[in-house]
Design a protein around this ligand. Structure first.
Ligand code: TYC
Length: 121
């Protein structure tokens, strides 16, 4: 038999109806529906600098942001011309991981490439 180590996520259940008033023996019930907010999203923004080779940025965009060569080149050129550009939009932890991966790869290769994650409005 296969056993799961953790319980599967349970979908939020609406709370049971609460008695509102009791008048002359009759009870009024109110049902409220619980709505889960979608998670806040974060964009990973890459910054231009004068030293990181264009090819390195293109490869980073392909490797960590799953862009094809054409899209990666367009994003790199946008960053080069505008000073910054969005590489992708993710939940907070995924965005933080992407930033870490980029900074780590840049550091290992000896390039000053910078990127940050910021909440999407
Ligand atoms: N400006 C760099 C150059 O001319 C290229 C570059 C593009 C660097 C995007 C960083 O995020 C960047 N070699």
């Amino acid at each position: 038999m296969i056993c799961m180590a953790t319980k599967p996520p349970s979908s939020p259940k609406p709370p049971p109806p609460r008695p509102l008033q009791e008048e002359g023996g009759s009870v009024v019930l109110e049902r409220r529906t619980l709505r889960t907010e979608p998670p806040r999203m974060y964009q990973v923004v890459m910054l231009n600098d004068d030293y990181t080779p264009m090819e390195f940025v293109v490869v980073v965009l392909q490797e960590f942001f799953y862009k094809d060569r054409e899209a990666a080149t367009q994003i790199m050129l946008k960053i080069h011309l505008d000073g910054k550009g969005v590489c992708g939009v993710y939940t907070r932890d995924v965005a933080a991981t992407k930033v870490e991966q980029v900074l780590d790869a840049a550091h290992k290769a000896g390039h000053p490439l910078q990127c940050v994650s910021e909440p999407v409005e």
